[in-house]
Every structure is written in structure tokens, then in C-alpha cells.
Design a binder for this molecule. Structure first.
Ligand code: SAH
Length: 364
């Protein structure tokens, strides 16, 4: 048993079952034993791979997106360039390298990274050393200073904890993590219905609520509406009515039991884009998209960028570029395709009145 599991069991014995939100928060963010705080989650030897780790093209295109948005904002100097959950720092390193063609943009950047993990902060520092910019780190979005800003969040919102409610005859009962007869962690339900949830539902239906993600989005959208700027969120998720439960654990590139190894496996939930968009609009910001990642990257010029890279690549590198193209934006028909093009979506949130950001032209 991991030290974190011991700690969670003790907590439950002392004060009773805990919500999935608290379980996720502990499993991912516990300062000593949490998943993100205690290990290197990303890469071949880690548990999962993300778009910026698949290809440099991803970060480069997002860098150019930032330049276009900054110009649309009236090119403020300085402005805050913010990344939420920068992982190994690859996206930002690729973005900054690509924006060398816009020295006025580069010299206006005040770089801020929101990251809870010390291990990942170290990777980020190393990855960004060549950029010549010195980032400032924050543990929470609340700590970001005021000012016009461009915020990038790739696979950040999916790490924020969710709550589950199960429909019973008398209302919605919160799903909790407790202990079974043998002292193992298990799921159960709160005995009484949640007084705050009044919407109808079918018996047995599960409602997954990303209140934490909506709270973060509401706060950032209010800043953008008041101080100017834009946010780009890319994540896997759905745009439509709630889908039921999507909580998942991933360990060494495979799905795992979410309760089996708290702190040892990544826990995420699909992002509910409709509710995120709602939270942003309610804070006075404008919303664009979501659009499927494949479409978004194609509009930013992914295929043109691949052609340019291929020109100075050998055969092996060309094959890697083609594989990356398929993974990031393929139509899913290639043999063995693990395309992210449709499951992943891009959403932009901007100050009202800002031009439609690149990649979202014609999106609702
Ligand atoms: N954006 C990167 C990494 C995605 S993994 C990429 O695409 O490769 C999720 C990132 O969010 C990690 O850097 C993780 O440490 C960070 N993170 C997770 N929960 C967080 C929280 N509550 N606050 C700040 N950072 C968090």
C-alpha cells in the first residue's frame, strides 16, 4: 500500500467517506505523495504523451497564434504570457522559438507559469533556458498579477477534480470514496440527496460535475473581460449535454482502476466544454468554439508547416512528421491511427470585442 493510500484510509476512518473531488485532489496534488507532485508523468517512460511531446509543430503553431492575438489586442507592452500546467515546458519552448520572427512580441513578454509540481518546474526551467526569458512560477491562477494576458492551457482542465452524483428515487446522491468490509477503498453513495441539485434525472443516472474547472475558468474569464486578452484551452472532452461519468485512471499508457493506486496513476475526467463556455460567458468574456483539434491545427497551417519541415528532413524524420500529423490531426483512417483530432477540442475565451482568434473563424 502506498503512503498516500494509508493516509486516505486513516482520514476516512476518522471523519467518514470523502468526495471524489477530495480524493482526486489528494491523489493528484498531495504535496508529498500526489501523482503530479512526486513523479515525472509525461513521456515514453511516464504514463502518457501529450500533443507538444508528439511534435514541435504543435507549440510552434500556438506561438504564432499568440503573436496574432497579441497584435489584435493592440500589442500591449508588457503583457503576461501565461501557461497553465506546462508539463515539461515543451509547448512554451517551441512557441517561443517560433516567435523569434516577431521580436517586438518576444520583447514584450512577461512570462508566468502556473505549476504545482517541483519536478516539472525543474524541467520547465531547463526547457526554457534557451529562450532567454525568465519565467515566474505560481501555484494557483489566483496568484497571477493583473494586466493584459494571453493564457495557454493544454491538457490542464482535465486534471481538475470532478464530483459525481447518482440519481436515486429522492434526488441526486453524491458518490463518495469510503472503505469496504475488508478496509479497502471503495465507492459508495451519500445516504441523503444533495439539497443543491434540483434537476430531473433517470434512476441510476450519473452526473459528473467539474465545479473546480468552472471556477478556474470563471475567474480567468473575468480577468480577461476586465483587463484584456485571450485564453486558449485544448483538451479532450465533449461539447454537448453531460455525458455521465468519464473519470479515468491511466498508468504506463494503460487504463487502470481509479482507486487502486492513489498517487501512482494519473486521474482525469473529460472536459465538459459546454459548461466551461457557460462559465466564461457568465463572467463577461466572449467564447469561440470549441472546434476539433484537427480542424484548429489545420487552420493554423499544420500541413504547410509539415511540408516546410519535410524539406530539410531525412527519411526517418519524414516518417516521424507523418506519424505526428496523423496523431495530431489525422482523420483516423490510417492503419493503427490513434488520432486526437476529434476527441481533443480547442476553445478560445477572449475579452469582449477582440477579433475572432485564428483557427476559430466561423465557429459558433
Ligand atoms: N501542458 C502539458 C502538461 C499536461 S499534464 C502538456 O501538454 O504536455 C498536466 C499539467 O498540469 C502538469 O504540468 C501538472 O503538473 C499540472 N497541474 C495539474 N494540476 C494542477 C493544478 N491544480 N494547478 C497547477 N498545475 C497543475
Amino acid at each position: 500500500m502506498t503512503p498516500l493510500e494509508t493516509l486516505i484510509r486513516e482520514m476516512i476512518v476518522e471523519t467518514g467517506p470523502i468526495s471524489i473531488e477530495i480524493y482526486m485532489k489528494l491523489a493528484l496534488g498531495h504535496l508529498e505523495h500526489g501523482y503530479y507532485t512526486s513523479k515525472m508523468p509525461l513521456g515514453e517512460s511516464g504514463d502518457f504523451i501529450t500533443a507538444p511531446e508528439i511534435s514541435q509543430m504543435f507549440g510552434e503553431l500556438i506561438g504564432l497564434w499568440c503573436v496574432a492575438v497579441w497584435r489584435a489586442m493592440g500589442a500591449p507592452r508588457p503583457f503576461l504570457l501565461v501557461e497553465l500546467g506546462p508539463g515539461r515546458g515543451s509547448l512554451m519552448a517551441d512557441a517561443l522559438r517560433a516567435t523569434k520572427i516577431a521580436p517586438d512580441f518576444l520583447s514584450a513578454i512577461d512570462l508566468h507559469l502556473v505549476e504545482t509540481s517541483e519536478i516539472l518546474r525543474r524541467s520547465q526551467r531547463a526547457a526554457l533556458a534557451a529562450s532567454g526569458l525568465v519565467p515566474k512560477w505560481h501555484t494557483s491562477v489566483e496568484d497571477l498579477p493583473a494586466g493584459p494576458m494571453i493564457i495557454i492551457a493544454n491538457e490542464f482542465f482535465d486534471c481538475l477534480p470532478v464530483r459525481h452524483f447518482v440519481r436515486g428515487v429522492d434526488g441526486w446522491h453524491e458518490r463518495l470514496v469510503g472503505l469496504d468490509g475488508t478496509g479497502q477503498l471503495c465507492f459508495g453513495l451519500a445516504p441523503g440527496p444533495d439539497p443543491g441539485l434540483a434537476m430531473p434525472g433517470e434512476p441510476g443516472e450519473v452526473l459528473e460535475a467539474g465545479f473546480a474547472a468552472m471556477h478556474v475558468m470563471a475567474g480567468l474569464a473575468a480577468r480577461l473581460a476586465a483587463q484584456g486578452g485571450a485564453l486558449l484551452a485544448i483538451d479532450y472532452g465533449y461539447d454537448g449535454p453531460p455525458r455521465g461519468e468519464t473519470l479515468q485512471a491511466v498508468q504506463r499508457h494503460r487504463f487502470a482502476d481509479p482507486l487502486a493506486d492513489p498517487g501512482g496513476a494519473d486521474l482525469t475526467a473529460h472536459v465538459d466544454f459546454r459548461n466551461l463556455a457557460r462559465a466564461a460567458r457568465a463572467s463577461g468574456a466572449a467564447v469561440h468554439g470549441p472546434v476539433p483539434q484537427g480542424e484548429f491545427l489545420a487552420r493554423l497551417g499544420l500541413h504547410e508547416r509539415a511540408v516546410a519541415l519535410r524539406k530539410r528532413a531525412n527519411a526517418r524524420q519524414c516518417a516521424a512528421i507523418d506519424a505526428a500529423l496523423d496523431r495530431l490531426a489525422g482523420d483516423g483512417t490510417a492503419a493503427g491511427s490513434a488520432s486526437m483530432a476529434r476527441l481533443f477540442k480547442a476553445l478560445a475565451v477572449t475579452a469582449p470585442g477582440l477579433d475572432v482568434p485564428p483557427g476559430f473563424e466561423g465557429a459558433a
